[in-house]
Design a protein around this ligand. Structure first.
Ligand SMILES: CCCCCCCCCCC/C=C/C(=O)SCCNC(=O)CCNC(=O)[C@H](O)C(C)(C)COP(=O)(O)OP(=O)(O)OC[C@H]1O[C@@H](n2cnc3c(N)ncnc32)[C@H](O)[C@@H]1OP(=O)(O)O
Ligand SMILES: NC(=O)C1=CN([C@@H]2O[C@H](COP(=O)(O)OP(=O)(O)OC[C@H]3O[C@@H](n4cnc5c(N)ncnc54)[C@H](OP(=O)(O)O)[C@@H]3O)[C@@H](O)[C@H]2O)C=CC1
Length: 291
């Protein structure tokens, strides 16, 4: 297993030479891992998030590692704001002359029972994850990719069984996957491929800090239920992203790759259901069929 400090990529080291990439939320976690791959494979990578200072710090740290590509921080961008997105995409196209690759990684949510989510709370999560991803795709297409082609990857979230405790995000991400299916057909004439990577539960410091004690719950209750019996790493997500972005995936568009250690195919105990819970029975059931 590679050490964190020396890990780069399993791919050919000039794979993205001369390409310009934009990774939203590229200063932390999974996004940062995607940036390391792309820059170590020769791309010029622009990173953006709401916190511009954090992006500058990450860019300096990554450039000090001596990649063949380069990392640069873009202007502060809140993907909930259309004008921020328009400015970010213009900045990349004007300053670097292209936008060949877009990774919509920025996103997030809060944990809550659905019954307690306010209208604004629901809107905030949908605006971030569904509307934000749409607007980034639309601007990248209208400002560059329509005439020049390109490749887009949207990061979603395990949503095959819904996601009790984070319903708003799972619904928004399912929307992103469905949007991707429409866009892959609409934009194929422009030689734009668009796909999704759907991570399961991935250890990232920033991500887990955000959840406080719920992070511990993931480790204690959810890990034993995962077929892989462990969390995923950010690097396991970024290598799937890079494969989708590269020319070897030239016939792949509209797809969703799950990076989840098989977690989509088992029922994860995302919320605790009390033992006394029993749906009213219609017909006959022997006692042994109930808890
Ligand atoms: C035991 C539980 C198990 C749960 C299931 C586990 C499954 C795990 C698998 C998935 C793991 C996923 C990991 C990750 O995604 S890692 C990335 C984590 N990082 C983030 O999420 C950060 C980004 N998130 C945000 O910025 C926010 O969550 C948000 C998108 C909502 C934006 O917040 P912001 O503060 O900017 O929002 P507003 O100020 O505009 O407020 C809008 C309304 O939203 C309400 N809100 C915001 N935060 C919360 C909260 N923590 N709890 C409840 N409500 C919240 C806020 O109150 C506003 O509504 P009102 O005006 O009505 O109050
Ligand atoms: N870790 C996990 O288990 C999983 C994560 N994911 C998804 O993967 C992506 C990366 O997560 P991860 O690396 O773990 O966590 P991070 O918290 O490190 O990444 C989220 C990034 O998104 C940026 N961001 C959040 N909201 C906005 C916004 N409104 N506008 C612009 N940028 C924003 C953040 O930067 P800033 O705060 O500076 O804006 C941050 O860099 C997210 O979409 C997450 O939901 C999906 C499944 C599982």
């Amino acid at each position: 297993m590679p050490e964190e400090s020396t890990w780069r990529s399993v791919f050919r080291n000039d794979l993205f030479k001369g390409k310009v990439a934009l990774v939203s939320g590229g200063g932390t976690g999974i996004g940062k891992s995607i940036v390391i791959e792309l820059a170590s494979l020769g791309a010029t990578v622009v990173i953006s998030s709401r916190n511009e200072e954090k992006c500058h710090k990450a860019a300096d740290e990554l450039n000090a590692l001596g990649f063949s590509g380069k990392v640069a921080a873009g202007p502060s961008t809140n993907i909930r704001k259309e004008e921020d997105i328009q400015k970010l995409i213009s900045h990349v196209v004007e300053r670097y002359g292209a936008l060949d690759i877009l990774v919509n990684n920025a996103g997030g949510q809060f944990i809550s029972d659905s019954a307690d989510i306010s209208k604004r709370g629901f809107q905030a999560v949908v605006e971030t994850n569904l509307q934000g991803t749409f607007l980034m795709c639309r601007e990248a297409f209208n400002q560059y990719m329509r005439d020049n082609g390109g490749s887009i990857v949207n990061i979603t979230i395990g949503n095959r069984n819904g996601m009790p405790g984070m319903m708003h995000s799972a619904a928004a991400r399912a929307g992103v996957e469905n949007m991707t299916a429409s866009l892959c057909v609409e934009w194929i004439e422009s030689k734009v491929r668009i796909n999704c990577v759907r991570p399961g539960i991935i250890f990232t410091e920033s991500g887990f800090e955000n959840y406080g004690p719920a992070g511990e719950y993931f480790l204690e209750k959810i890990v034993p239920s995962l077929p892989a019996k462990r969390l995923g790493s950010a690097e396991e997500v970024s290598s799937a992203v890079v494969w989708l972005l590269c020319e070897g995936a030239g016939y792949v568009t509209g797809s969703v790759i799950c990076v989840d250690g098989g977690g989509s195919y088992v029922a994860l105990p995302l919320v605790e259901i009390e033992d006394k819970t029993n749906l009213p029975t219609y017909g006959y059931l022997p006692m042994k069929a109930k808890l």
